[in-house]
Design a protein around this ligand. Structure first.
Ligand SMILES: NC(=O)c1ccc[n+]([C@@H]2O[C@H](COP(=O)([O-])OP(=O)(O)OC[C@H]3O[C@@H](n4cnc5c(N)ncnc54)[C@H](OP(=O)(O)O)[C@@H]3O)[C@@H](O)[C@H]2O)c1
Length: 251
């Protein structure tokens, strides 16, 4: 379906999980969607086909930890669709290491996780910002985590998401008044991030027992919260919304 006047949104980490759901929500709302993924080609093609039922969409294979790849993504998007309206930095990684097992995390783990969760977002924003500045009320939405409070899969991951929150605040100041930069901090989302289907459901049950609202999220539910930022008036910037059933309130 061709929609020549609609807005353009880039989603990193779009091949599965939350990124796939965000891409689909954007397509349903008639955004032209750019799905960026690194290696899960068949999953990414599947998401592309779903998005194409609703809107224009393209797939770009790129490693967002590499500046050259980020620049190529933006060049391709400008050629195909013109200027960029929305950038969603969702690509992420972790290593599951219990906090007390200090010897199971090394310097490389920290750097790999920091590269994927923080530097990639900076590189993508740097590559996109002149195009974003040419569109009306552009927005960047960064996918962080409640782990930024010092929780989650590992100390390295918690630190990276804390850094991502600082990055969001710094960029909200830097690009005002033109670009709004906001953050979503999910708690447990039922995605393959947590392992096999069985493992995902088992960990979800444990999470649901422990949090205030007794729920864990589907990727579709978190994607709907992302869409709130996408559609909100140009009055909200530097915000961080926890979509975690209340985990951030617990000690
Ligand atoms: N799941 C949770 O419980 C949870 C909770 C809080 C926050 N989050 C955050 O939500 C985001 C999405 O998580 P998810 O659960 O949907 O994870 P996921 O299912 O494992 O998906 C991760 C996505 O990131 C992409 N990716 C990773 N490294 C990349 C790179 N260097 N370049 C390009 N793409 C890259 C992957 O692409 P390929 O597979 O193609 O490599 C994949 O599409 C992450 O930022 C995560 O930290 C997740």
């Amino acid at each position: 379906m061709k929609n020549i006047f609609s807005k353009v949104a880039i989603v990193t980490g779009a091949s599965k999980g939350l990124g796939a759901s965000i891409s689909l929500e954007l397509a349903k709302e008639k955004f032209k969607v750019v799905l960026v993924y690194r290696k899960s080609t068949s999953e990414a093609k599947n998401v592309l086909n779903k998005c194409k039922k609703y809107s224009d969409a393209i797939l770009i294979k790129a490693d967002v930890t590499k500046n050259i790849d980020c620049l190529k993504v933006v060049e391709k998007v400008k050629k195909k669709f013109g200027n960029i309206n929305i950038l969603i930095n969702n690509a992420g990684k972790t290593k599951f290491v219990q906090f007390k097992k200090l010897n199971n995390l090394n310097e490389k783990d920290f750097l790999d996780i920091y590269n994927t969760n923080v530097i990639s977002a900076f590189l993508m924003i740097r590559a996109c910002h002149s195009s974003l500045l040419k569109s009306k009320n552009p927005k960047v939405i960064n996918i962080s985590s409640v782990a930024s409070l010092g929780l989650g899969s590992s100390i390295a991951y918690a630190c990276s998401k804390g850094a991502m929150n600082s990055l969001s605040l710094a960029l909200a100041r830097t690009f005002a008044p033109e670009i709004a930069v906001n953050t979503i901090s999910p708690g447990y989302i039922k995605t393959s991030w947590h392992g096999t289907k069985k493992q995902v459901l088992k960990k979800a049950e444990e999470y649901e027992k422990s949090v205030l609202l007794k729920r864990s999220a589907t990727p579709e539910e978190v994607a709907k919260t992302v869409m709130w930022f996408v559609n909100c008036p140009h009055l909200v910037t530097g915000e961080n919304v926890f979509v975690d059933a209340g985990l951030h309130l617990q000690s």
